[in-house]
Ligand binder design. Structure first.
Ligand SMILES: NC(=O)c1ccc[n+]([C@@H]2O[C@H](COP(=O)([O-])OP(=O)(O)OC[C@H]3O[C@@H](n4cnc5c(N)ncnc54)[C@H](O)[C@@H]3O)[C@@H](O)[C@H]2O)c1
Length: 319
């Protein structure tokens, strides 16, 4: 029996695939290499666009050939600004792609899936601490596609008994292995690292937020911790009466943008340089996960803090 990892050539997916292989699982990766790299995948890999018209038939073949018993579905487009500019493409890949995957799983008799969801499903939250009961109200097409994905999984559960855990990731960063690092530089930590290395000040959007130092507070999660959460979810799904549903994946502790910039500067041994720009409309002052469902239902908790995240990112993020 093997585990199918979609998006396994990507930043997070490659960490998940490697961790599964390290504990002796048979893994087959599916990726179209639109943002992932072949060099990140060592085992079985099938090049396939989940959004393509023939994807369902090809997925059924892969599932049957490899005896797939569970799916970890990470393949998706993830750039929020791009999703605002090109919503149709985001819906085709993220929603249409998941539709093809679920059709194939139903045909091939595969009943377990771990889904890459996101804290983006919550939208502009009012409360600092976000639980899975916090109302979902995404504010961009990217977040909408993730929430629709969760609904699709719930509907498939009702219709044919699919068992799904949706991991709502908070702010993912760092590297578990240097060769699997995030090269996209679209998230805060890689951006700050790149600017600091170039000797440029880090740009901070607003320093009058209602937080201790006035800059926005977020919950940063080490990608190695996140990858472990996927294995815990796979194990939970293997128990027939195990938990299904959404789970926040964060540390429960926030760090401000100023703290991130300071941590990066100290690790690089350079003075902290910050340029304050206008606050961005709709940017919540502070957002932190309540990770207690992950602890209770998956037996998972984060091991790494900001220091380890930044230092692991520094090994690999180039200017
Ligand atoms: N990185 C984050 O901070 C973050 C936060 C929350 C949720 N997520 C979610 O986690 C997942 C993985 O994110 P990542 O940061 O590793 O991104 P990534 O871009 O590095 O990985 C995505 C992978 O999916 C592949 N892919 C994209 N479209 C595909 C398609 N149509 N068919 C097959 N493969 C396709 C890409 O080539 C890539 O290898 C995504 O679903 C993303 O929405 C990421």
């Amino acid at each position: 029996m093997s585990i199918l990892v979609t998006g396994g050539a990507g930043y997070i997916g490659s960490h998940v695939a490697r961790l599964l292989e390290e504990r002796g699982e048979a893994v087959v990766v599916i990726d179209d290499f639109s943002s992932g790299f072949r060099s990140r995948v060592s085992g079985q890999v099938v090049e396939l666009d989940l959004g393509a018209a023939d994807a369902t038939a090809r997925l059924i073949d892969v599932m049957q050939e490899h005896g797939v018993s569970a799916v970890v579905h990470l393949a998706a487009l993830k750039d929020v600004a791009e999703s605002v500019a090109e919503p149709e493409r985001y819906y085709r890949v993220n929603v249409g792609g998941l539709g093809h995957l679920l059709e194939a799983m139903r045909s091939a008799g595969v009943h377990q899936i771990v889904f890459s969801s996101s804290a983006a499903v919550y939208g502009a939250v009012q409360d600092v601490v976000v639980t899975e009961r916090t109302p979902c109200s995404p504010i961009n097409p990217y977040g909408q596609t993730k929430l629709i994905g969760e609904w699709m999984l719930g509907a498939a559960g009702d219709a044919w008994g699919l068992r799904a855990i949706s991991l709502r990731y908070f702010n993912v960063a760092g590297a578990g292995w240097d060769d699997l690092a995030d090269t996209a530089a679209t998230n805060l930590i890689p951006i700050v690292v790149a600017r600091t290395r170039r000797g440029e000040p880090a740009v901070v959007f607003g320093d009058h937020h209602d937080t201790p130092d006035g800059t926005c507070v977020r919950d940063y999660i080490h990608v190695a911790d996140l990858a472990r959460a996927h294995l815990a979810a796979v194990d939970t799904l293997r128990c027939d009466d195990g938990f299904v549903g959404p789970v926040n994946i964060g540390t429960g502790t926030g760090a401000s943008v100023r703290e991130v910039v300071t941590e990066v500067s100290e690790a690089l041994g350079v003075p902290t340089r910050i340029r304050i720009d206008d606050a961005r409309a709709g940017d919540p002052a502070a957002v932190v996960a309540d990770p207690s469902v992950a602890a209770e239902r998956l037996g998972w908790h984060a091991r790494h803090g900001l220091d380890a995240i930044v230092r692991s990112a520094l090994g690999v993020v180039r200017a």
